[in-house]
Design a protein around this ligand. Structure first.
Ligand code: ATP
Ligand code: ZN
Length: 283
């Protein structure tokens, strides 16, 4: 079997979740903070720990077969890579923000204005798509202090909670791009059997995260109402109890409408509801 290489962030916002998802795929490896590369002992895979900015090019050039990195970084790098799977973490939004007292109310008013950003490529495309000709000032960090220093009239930066904007007297003005961590591969790498195997494992971990395992008791007379509420993976498992008038129902429910579901199950006669996390769902 070919030994694959996967590049993940060495330290920063994506590191911990990247390591976690690989471990949840059943991969065993030592995660020394100091090492640049580590071998997985039970899968033909090596993990490279890199700065996130370097990951798209490493994958594009085939130095790594796979990578985990934010969409913002991939798009900014303009790397030609294949998106294999969105991973549901590292979510953020690239936004244009303006000072609280700014008179700007429409995108067209950014014409001729200076915008500070670490994402000149993405910003340029956005402005072009909106037919705005602005002066892009590329700076590598602390973009949010630009307007306060008189360096720019606006900024374009990553926002998650908006706290940094607020403390710098800025307000969000326009959404440029949404981003989350994705698994990328060199073009064509999705066809390798080892990549397929890893992808299947990652998808089963992601599916399991979105669902919970539920066991509940219900009187037989109310069973049909409960079954109608619980589609399960195929259909719920119904187990007889010692008291012949009662059964236990085992099923899987989605995280997103969890409380709504639990409340309607209770209303339909469910008792002793036990909810458990699921590690993997293999399909
Ligand atoms: P490196 O040292 O690897 O270059 P970095 O400082 O460029 O790290 P981090 O701040 O660790 O990067 O962010 C990594 C990625 O996490 C971002 O590119 C983005 O995709 C995502 N992210 C999620 N939320 C945020 C946020 N609030 N601010 C910045 N990035 C975020
Ligand atoms: Zn970086």
């Amino acid at each position: 079997m070919k030994t694959l290489k996967i590049a993940i962030q060495k330290s920063g916002r994506l590191n911990e979740k990247s390591v976690e998802i690989l471990k949840n795929c059943g991969l065993s490896f030592e995660n020394y903070k100091s090492s640049l590369i580590t071998s997985v002992t039970n899968f033909p895979l090596e993990i490279l720990f890199l700065r996130d900015d370097d990951i798209p090019e490493y994958v594009q050039d085939g130095i790594a077969d796979l990578g985990i990195v934010g969409e913002n970084v991939i798009t900014e790098a303009g790397a030609e890579v294949t998106y294999l799977q969105k991973l549901g973490f590292g979510k953020c939004t690239l936004k244009i923000a303006i000072p609280n007292e700014s008179q700007i109310t429409e995108i067209a008013q950014l014409g001729g204005k200076a915008i500070a950003t670490s994402y000149p490529v993405i910003l340029e495309k956005y402005l072009k798509d909106n037919h705005v000709n602005a002066d892009i000032r590329t700076i590598s960090g602390s973009v949010e202090i630009g307007p306060g220093l008189g360096l720019s009239d606006a900024i374009c930066d990553i926002v998650s909670t908006g706290g940094t904007l607020k403390s710098n007297g800025l307000k969000p003005f326009a959404e440029v791009m949404k981003s989350e961590a994705v698994l990328i591969g060199k073009e064509g790498s999705g066809l390798l059997p080892e990549v397929q195997e890893l992808l299947q494992r990652i998808r089963s971990v992601l599916r399991a995260k979105e669902t919970k395992y539920v066991v509940l008791n219900v009187a037989r007379k109310d069973l049909e109402k409960i079954v109608n509420l619980l589609p399960g993976v195929k259909s719920p498992t119904v187990v007889p109890l010692f008291d012949e008038d009662w059964v236990a129902v085992h099923s899987v429910i989605a995280e997103h409408d969890f409380w709504e579901k639990i409340n309607s199950l209770k209303a339909a006669g469910a008792e002793g509801i036990v909810v458990m996390p699921i590690e993997k769902i293999i399909s």
